[in-house]
Design a protein around this ligand. Structure first.
Ligand SMILES: [Zn+2]
Length: 239
């Protein structure tokens, strides 16, 4: 059984400084960046990577989100013939507000996150993009599964810890007949960041190593916020 994937657009964040992702962009240039969720399936298993933003947490983080993100997520799943209850695994690349906003859509899923991300996100220096993480983890309760480092979650589906954007950031790599596909998360927010480390990512050895491994392996890299992703053949829910 091979993994396939669909890209679900679930809302747009307006007013993001492009320079936070692309070095050299004019400092005052603000852009509207989509949030995406990624539905991965191998037949019996349906996995969601990241759940987008919600309006309340976005406001708390100092941003707005355009679109009813929960409704968009449900619509995207329906278009793929998947019910929220069919999703048994949610993987979070990291715990920033724009990646964890709709976990309540998946009441039965185990939720996978790096242990180091939980530690960082609930610590004193985590910053404004982490919104009520302790409450969020309490809401999920025993469904949270923390992992450390690189772990195969299911045959052909692996998480790779790569630090960088946040200390516990991870990406998801799928084995496919055409070659590996990487759902990168915010370590690669835009396509350009496969070659240029984003200013929103400190230039850590882990980030460099991850990008080098991806290049050497010829991985297809799926960024987290690039409007260009709407043109991807698997993208659903374009506005
Ligand atoms: Zn993000």
């Amino acid at each position: 059984m091979h993994w396939s994937f669909s890209i679900l657009e679930v809302g747009v964040i307006p007013g993001v400084p492009l320079a936070s992702h692309l070095p050299g962009a004019p400092p005052d240039l603000l852009v509207a960046l989509p949030c995406y969720c990624f539905l991965l399936t191998d037949g019996p298993h349906h996995v969601i990577v990241d759940t987008g933003a919600n309006a309340r947490a976005s406001a708390a983080a100092g941003f707005t989100i355009e679109g009813d993100t929960s409704a968009l997520l449900h619509e995207g799943l329906r278009a793929c013939g998947v019910e929220p209850g069919d999703v048994t695994l949610v993987v979070h690349t990291h715990l920033h507000y724009d990646h964890v906003g709709n976990d309540t859509c998946f009441p039965k899923a185990e939720v996978v996150v790096q242990r180091s991300e939980v530690r960082w996100a609930t610590g004193p220096g985590s910053g404004p993009y982490y919104v009520e993480v302790a409450k969020f983890l309490e809401m999920l309760g025993e469904r949270v599964r923390t992992v450390e480092g690189d772990v195969e979650l299911l045959p052909g589906l692996q998480v790779l810890w790569n630090g960088g954007h946040t200390p516990g950031h991870q990406s998801v790599v799928l084995t496919r007949p055409s070659g590996p596909v990487c759902v990168c998360g915010d370590i690669v927010p835009m396509y350009a960041n496969t070659g240029i480390v984003a200013p929103s990512c400190p230039r850590t050895a882990e980030t460099e190593h991850f990008l080098e491994t991806a290049r050497a392996g010829g991985w297809e890299m799926i960024p987290s916020h690039d409007p260009e992703l709407r043109a991807h053949p698997t993208c659903i829910g374009k506005p």
